[in-house]
Design a protein around this ligand. Structure first.
Ligand code: 5GP
Ligand code: MN
Length: 343
């Protein structure tokens, strides 16, 4: 099944001429990197027309990849043969940028994804949860097509894999992830330290402040088996930051010794809470996120809760208690009251 889908995609690339390439809303390194690499190959090596619309929001930490979009940004004036959607588990999370999806209803839809709960919403669907990143899947396609691994392609795929594996620390990391990265370094002549420096050691002032707010607002339960971080609106406003740069902050909570479940709450509106969920091992926050109207992977998922911040934290704490199979008393919480930072 899997091989057939992959072969169907390769066949479609041979057969068709024009492609629209897109990832998911709030793109991460995998979404951007895998989209860029595929678009660059189609445009520069396969002689196709390929377009990658600018995501609604290009996160600052991936700004250095934006230059690779040159030449893929020109918008199609007519219909395209195929729309290829990467790293996106459902139709409602596709980042169409400024485009209108209704203009592309006649195109062939190809979905390349690795989410466990990924929906096969395309005409051709290659969904492989064994892949740590869609970047690995795109590498497989390019390899099968005898593509030259140019420096821009290598940089894009390397960042896709490095970020989705948490720098090779998450449970999804495999020998294959590392083998592909080794090949990308060699064949694309890229510099790993320069690339990771761009993403991990290039904090903006805003990001640094958001980390501060989130950590100050930490709540630790059950001897730190559960850790909550919060970016509340009052603190965000008083520190003149925004919710734009928060990727990876929840992982700080997962760095606490003994932690099994962590969550970052972002109060993006009065009754609008973006929740990032993380778990260790077999504990499945993907299913929990789905139950709450979101989605994601077993160990990394998210959802949006339309309720006040305090209630959102209660809801998640209840669910986390269930996941750990025990009933916490509220006194187990070390921080009893809501608090805001006043600078
Ligand atoms: P994050 O917490 O970093 O925003 O998201 C973690 C993972 O969960 C990502 O792989 C992302 O695709 C998925 N995810 C986050 N929020 C949502 C959501 O609202 N809906 C769905 N379907 N997936 C989500
Ligand atoms: Mn991904």
């Amino acid at each position: 099944m899997t091989m057939k889908s992959k072969n169907d995609i390769i066949e479609a690339i041979h057969r068709l001429d024009s492609f629209l390439i897109m990832g998911h809303v709030d793109p991460d390194g995998d979404s951007l990197g895998s989209s860029l690499a595929l678009a660059l190959y189609l445009l520069e090596q396969a002689g196709k027309r390929a377009y990658m619309p600018a995501p609604v929001n290009w996160p600052g930490r991936y700004g250095f990849l934006e230059k690779h979009r040159d030449g893929t940004g020109e918008m199609p004036k007519e219909k395209v043969d195929a729309v290829i959607i990467l790293d996106c588990s459902s139709a409602d999370r596709v980042d169409w940028g400024q485009l209108d999806p209704r203009d592309y209803e006649e195109s062939l839809f190809i979905v390349i994804d690795h989410h466990e709960e990924g929906k096969a919403f395309g005409d051709i669907n290659w969904i492989d949860p064994e892949s740590a990143a869609v970047g690995e899947m795109v590498f497989d396609i390019l390899d099968a097509l005898d593509a030259e691994i140019t420096t821009p392609i290598a940089e894009s795929l390397y960042m896709a894999i490095v970020t989705d594996t948490g720098r090779f620390t998450h449970s999804n990391t495999t020998a294959r992830s590392m083998q592909i990265c080794a090949e990308l370094i060699e064949r694309g002549n890229i510099c790993p330290s320069k690339l990771t420096g761009e993403v991990y050691y290039s904090f903006s002032e805003e990001y640094l402040r958001n980390i501060g707010i989130a950590l100050y607002n930490s709540r630790i339960y059950m001897d730190a088996r559960i850790v909550f971080l919060t970016l509340d609106r009052a603190s965000v406003r008083s520190f003149s930051t925004t919710f734009d740069e928060t990727e990876g902050i929840v992982d700080l909570a997962m760095s606490v010794k003994g932690v099994e479940l962590a969550s970052l709450f972002k109060e993006i509106g009065q009754n609008m809470i973006r929740v990032s969920l993380r778990s260790r091992g077999k504990i499945d926050v993907g299913a929990l996120a789905k139950e709450l109207g979101g989605g994601g992977h077993r160990n990394a998922a998210g959802c949006t809760l339309k309720m006040p911040l305090s209630l959102a934290r209660e809801v998640i704490l209840d669910k986390f208690e269930d996941l750990l199979g025990m009933n916490l008393t509220r006194s187990a919480c070390k921080v009893a009251d809501e608090r805001h930072i006043v600078p």
